[in-house]
Design a binder for this molecule. Structure first.
Ligand code: GDP
Length: 233
């Protein structure tokens, strides 16, 4: 179905504010007060178009496209609800090798430094095979147990049936559950509400080791990505 068919909008934007960029590993990032959802994908996959559609602003993601900002991680506060994190688009296949070295440390640095990260929306282009970078990113997210939604972009380029098949094939090929994969089109709005719902459920899910009193401090519970200390010698 397309946008808001027969129901309320799962994500009504009441306020949307650019809170700043993270430019270097270990550099500034906003305090981790609200849950975060990050968006990743290679350049040109349709990330800006998807973000604009998601928040219903025509040029919302423009800030991430301004010269000097394209390599940064940009943070936006949505309502008083969550922080939307726009990760830098990684390289085209032909120069992937050089770019890989660039995106990995910053994106990985962010992922390591983000106790409030609730999930990632990974974008893949419906018409293209996933690149090595895409596969690396998905593997990396799986290894860190970051909940991941895959948005398959530009499905309007296919007929409905062919689009559905492309999405099913991709899910099979990447060993993803079909309910982790959303067919999306910024042109028709297909998938916008489904994506909005998925984002809301990510930000609403409590983390097992979440501690609202002081998120930056270590908690007693071991983080999911660190093995528990051995207790019996
Ligand atoms: P980004 O580099 O990932 O931010 O990608 P953009 O959002 O700038 O989109 C890259 C190109 O793909 C632009 O020419 C867009 O017009 C086009 N595009 C993005 N989303 C869609 C879509 O859903 N359908 C179609 N047909 N084109 C799209």
């Amino acid at each position: 179905m397309s946008e808001s068919a027969g129901g309320g909008d799962p994500l009504v934007i009441r306020s949307l504010e650019f809170i700043g960029p993270m430019a270097t590993v270990g550099g500034w990032r906003p305090p981790s007060e609200l849950p975060e959802v990050a968006f990743a994908g290679r350049s040109n996959v349709g990330k800006s178009s998807l973000l604009n559609k998601l928040v219903r602003r025509k040029a919302f993601a423009r800030v991430s496209k301004t010269p000097g900002r394209t390599r940064e991680i940009n943070f936006f506060q949505v309502n008083d609800q969550f922080v939307l994190v726009d990760l830098p688009g990684y390289g085209y296949a032909k120069i992937a090798k050089e770019r890989k070295a660039e995106w990995r440390p910053l994106i990985e640095g962010y992922l390591h430094q983000s106790p409030k990260l609730r999930g990632i929306v990974q974008l893949l282009d419906a018409r293209r095979d996933p690149t090595e970078d895409d596969l690396d990113m998905l593997d990396f997210l799986a290894s860190r147990e970051v909940p991941t939604i895959v948005a398959v972009t530009k499905v309007d380029k296919f007929s409905r049936a062919a689009g559905e098949k492309a999405v099913r094939d991709l899910a099979l090929r990447l060993h993803l559950d079909e309910d982790q994969v959303i067919a999306f089109s910024a042109v028709t709005g297909q998938g916008r509400d489904e994506l909005a719902e998925a984002v809301i459920s990510l930000v609403s899910a409590p983390l097992p080791n979440d501690n609202d009193a002081d998120d930056a401090a270590p908690t007693d519970a071991p983080a999911a990505d660190h093995p528990a200390p051995e207790t019996d010698a």
